[in-house]
Design a protein around this ligand. Structure first.
Ligand code: SF4
Ligand code: SF4
Length: 188
């Protein structure tokens, strides 16, 4: 929940910065909560979608950049379809993720960004997901070696986890996309 009982000093410069970066009219939000009512990922979030928007309006940058919500948003855009003010909260979350990465914010929950990094590394290397390699990378990053082990064994038994990677034919192009994205990031 957003309420902590502490007083909050709003920062309008952060609201402006976030609106520019995300392209979303966050200041129009009047807290009808239609976004949260339809969000399929709210069960896993520490702040509901409407609360993310409210925290942006209040300039609560630090709380948002450390939030689990920005990493678990599935970018399904249900919130954007439901919002009477045309606010796409996935774009807001993307902008917040960018800021968190740019500022090297240490997240309270290291599992979610570690999963993202392992996922992207697999795509960059193979052009698609190589589950066994991605899981190994994830385990090395998080050191949660035994977590979900039972599930992993079930996957192996059912032949869902291939031990050797399969690459797509255009891996080179995929790598170029990653290089361009990194160059763009560096030039900001
Ligand atoms: S649906 Fe739109 S206006 Fe309503 S709370 Fe969510 S972001 Fe705000
Ligand atoms: S885009 Fe993200 S915040 Fe919006 S409904 Fe989907 S999961 Fe929830």
């Amino acid at each position: 929940m957003v309420s902590t009982g502490k007083s909050i000093a709003p920062s309008f410069s952060f609201l402006k910065q976030l609106e520019d970066k995300s392209g979303q009219p966050v200041s129009r939000c009047y807290q009808c909560k239609k976004c949260t009512g339809g969000c399929p990922m709210s069960f896993a979030m520490d702040f509901n979608p409407n609360q993310v928007v409210r925290l942006v309006q209040l300039g609560q940058q630090e709380r948002l950049l450390k939030s689990r919500t920005i990493w678990v948003c599935a970018c399904c855009k249900t919130c954007a379809d439901r919002c009477p003010n045309g606010i796409d909260i996935s774009a807001v979350n993307d902008a917040l993720k960018d800021m968190a990465a740019e500022q090297n914010v240490a997240l309270g929950d290291t599992m979610v960004p570690a999963f993202h990094e392992s996922f992207l590394a697999s795509i960059q290397r193979h052009g698609r997901i190589y589950e066994a390699g991605m899981l190994l990378g994830f385990k090395l990053k998080t050191k949660a070696y035994t977590q979900d082990m039972g599930l992993g064994i079930e996957f192996v038994k059912k032949g869902k986890l291939k031990f050797l990677p399969e690459k797509i034919s255009q891996v080179k192009e995929i790598k170029q996309i990653f290089e361009k994205a990194k160059a763009k990031e560096g030039s900001r």
